[in-house]
Ligand binder design. Sequence first.
Ligand code: NAD
Length: 501
Amino acid sequence: MSDKTYAQWQAYCQALVSQQRIEGRAFINGGYRQAQSGRSFDCINPANGEVIAQIAECDEADVEMAVSAARQSFESGVWRNQSPKVRKETLIKLAALMEANQTELAALETLDMGKPISESFHVDVPGSADVIRWHGEAIDKIYDEVAPTQDDVLATITREPIGVVAAITPWNFPLWLACWKIGPALAAGNSVVLKPSEKSSLTAIFLARLASEAGIPDGVFNVVPGFGHTVGKALGLHMQVDCLAFTGSTRTARTLLEYAGQSNMKRVWLEAGGKNPNIIFADCPDLDKAARSAASGCFYNQGEVCVAGTRLLVERSIHDEFVQKVVEASRYFKPGDPLDPATNMGALVDKQHQGNVLQYIQWGQQGGATLALGGEAALDADKGAFVEPTIFTGVNNQMRIAREEIFGPVMAVIPFDDEQQAIQIANDTDYGLGAALWTGNLSRAHKLAKQLRAGSVWINNYNDGDMTVPFGGFKQSGNGRDKSLHALDKYTELKTTWIQL
Ligand code: NAD
């Protein structure tokens, strides 16, 4: 399937909207349905403020229906008792259907949350299909264990699906992060209720139909759109939900732990926020590459990335030279219409978030930091939620812009004098998602990588990775890991069976 020109994307999306072809209903027990209350809310394109669809505003009653369908499908064994080979083939078919629908999925993602169409089309949709295929392909290649017990006993250690998994996801990579959860959860034989973010529900809703077409049985994969305080809360407190798989803010993550404690001690897996250090030593072998990487590591996806390198720690002896390089590299990111394939920086997810980001920029200035780049709303600021790539220098790690996750295109540059100070500043945060360091000294790289308190550490690159490596956080960035075979740990229970011979 081919890519489109700007005009073609505009025409394609206009047709989707004007012909009211965008599905906004919940998907429960194999079919689309309105919220039982009949309520819906506007889905707004953040690039221009246009209402593009209505999303079912589900609540507790719809959660009840979805969880009950998921529970029944789980107990019936219609999916979990399928052989791993059948589950594999079904998920591979789903991945192929996602690829076959790449254009529509990409258009929905961009219309819904503002990211550039070239990224939705070339990165998010193929990446999401790859996640589903990867977990499908893996599931019939995993063996269980026989314990080394004494001779008169056979003890097996087997993995079993955990039951009903509720996946609660954010808006920044809506399809991709949903697939990080549902890929391993479905591969392992669970039944799933997915609650997408109220700010970006469209691709999850679309995916449900594809899953059904691929052969996922009714009730095994349900999508319940709606708000966190209603749908999310009802899932969190539900006695028939066995596992919560969450990606989102640390604030919500805390609440989910409380829900689990107040209800059935469901397993709670959390991928939460980050305030990630990117450390540049003077002996970095390629400062130009480091500068380009620092810029993309902070401004990709409008800065709405949990592992964005928002704290740039620069050794004082190269500080001015390096900041200049980063500023230049960051000019590459120009806010533009997300439907233009040439655009590399789209709109933020909505006007409210744009306001929050601009507020942080104001706090940065009031706190004494210096604007080295950007700092303003961009483009059609009345209707669209655009913000310029913004760089602050003269930041110290106690400032609000260095401590709190802004989740927008704002970088804080912090100077340091030596290794020890760099590590102290890097680890002086509530978060522990990612960290990078740039050095030509192998021994320093190894030594400091160990000292960085983060789930992913990158040496001489920023945010590289693929499906073979786990992803997740230390400290208040969460627990558990997405991606790789380690993801299965979240969606399976270990059972010991002890057989006296
Ligand atoms: P959020 O916490 O506001 O919302 C995430 C999801 O939780 C949404 O579906 C929302 O409706 C739901 N929710 C909100 N309140 C709830 C409640 N009381 N009970 C149950 N569910 C509730 O986060 P967001 O603004 O959508 O996403 C941005 C955050 O996600 C950032 O903090 C970012 O760092 C984080 N994130 C983390 C990762 C990671 O892998 N660690 C990846 C992407 C985003």
